[in-house]
Design a protein around this ligand. Structure first.
Ligand code: WQD
Length: 323
């Protein structure tokens, strides 16, 4: 039962690889090393360099390692960049998945776990977003993830593929300092950057219709995210043909930007810095918090870590990268 992890040398992928390898699941990494790094991989895990756009390379790797399932984590993930380079995002995220599905079909590999995103929901209305909440993405990035989910669904129906799309909410932290995200443009690393510069963190708008006026999100530890992938892979090993699940990975708990900033400043020892409110960032939802009921029911998974563990581990990872 060998699982191929595309993007396995990346931030989330490397966490998934560690969890799978730690659980004794045979795993092979496939990564183009555009943002991934071989140094993130534990010893003994084979790395095959290549792009998911390269069908011949995929054919060779799937065959050589007798792959039985794929965790497809490779992809482009910067929302702002996707607005500037939509064709690039469609090529990497949509065409990459299409080619991978072709290669899987040719090789008789019928299990796929796909990295999707809460960005498929766009600006959701409900207090807690369920998997049935309408998907109305507002960025090319979110669109490519939603189209990816449609490809999975259609391939499950047509070819009997077993698939699970995992919709990540806001991922934070590092399972080991050396596995931290590099160059991420998300709230927590942006606060760290400001702290290092001795400047106040920025709040993108405090006039939202939320308890403290700042946006509310569902932050999840990357280690928890990785463990959900193991649960998904195990589930597919026992699932009937044609199954196509889509599941939120969140904690079901909302945290505001101000609350996050306060906690991060405490962790970094810079409570003297007073957050600076600047205008809203276009396209931000006031609130985006998961219902985590479906994933608990389907995979028996729920998050183990809270905000303090996420932020502390993220800070250690940041110091590892910057000291
Ligand atoms: C969180 C909140 C900002 C920086 C995006 C993608 C999503 C997923 C994760 C990935 C927002 C506010 C931020 C700052 C701030 N992507 N903020 N000051 O936008 O919820 O989600 O990243 O694969 O698909 O959409 O995450 O971390 O950018 O922002 O006030 O300096 O923090 O406005 O409300 P977001 P984020």
């Amino acid at each position: 039962m060998t699982w191929l992890v595309t993007g396995g040398a990346g931030y989330i992928g490397a966490h998934v690889v560690r969890v799978l390898a730690g659980a004794g699941v045979p795993v092979v990494v496939f990564d183009d090393l555009s943002t991934g790094e071989a140094a993130r991989l534990p010893e003994g895990v084979p790395l095959e360099t290549g792009s998911v756009l390269d069908r011949a390379r995929l054919d060779a790797v799937l065959g050589e390692h007798r792959v039985t399932g794929v965790l497809h984590i490779a992809g482009k993930k910067q929302v702002a960049e996707s607005v500037e380079r939509p064709l690039h995002y469609y090529r990497e995220n949509v065409e990459g998945l299409r080619v991978l599905l072709e290669a899987m079909r040719a090789a008789g590999v019928d299990r796929l776990v796909f990295s999707s995103s809460a960005s498929v929901y766009g600006v959701p209305e409900p207090e807690l977003v369920t998997e049935d909440t309408p998907c109305l993405p507002i960025s090319p990035y979110g669109e490519t993830k939603l189209i990816g989910e449609w490809l999975l669904r259609d391939a499950s129906v047509a070819y009997g593929l077993r698939t699970i799309a995992l919709r990540y909410f806001n991922v934070v932290g590092a399972g080991l300092p050396g596995l931290a995200d590099k160059g991420a443009a998300n709230l927590v690393p942006l606060i760290f950057e400001r702290v290092d510069a001795g400047r106040p963190p920025l709040v993108f708008g405090d006039d939202y219709d939320t308890p403290d006026g700042t946006c509310v999100r569902d932050y999840v530890h990357v280690q928890d995210i990785a463990e959900a992938h193991l649960a998904a892979a195990r589930r597919l090993d026992e699932a009937p043909e044609g199954i196509a699940l889509r599941l939120n990975i969140g904690r079901g708990e909302g945290s505001s930007v101000l609350e996050m900033i306060e906690r991060v400043l405490k962790t970094t020892g810079r409570t003297d810095l007073v957050p600076e409110v600047v205008p809203r960032r276009p396209g931000d939802a006031a609130r985006c918090v998961a219902s985590a009921d479906a994933i608990r029911a389907e995979l028996g998974w729920s998050a183990r870590y809270g905000l303090d563990e996420m932020i502390e581990s993220a800070w250690q990872g940041w110091r590892h990268l910057h000291d």
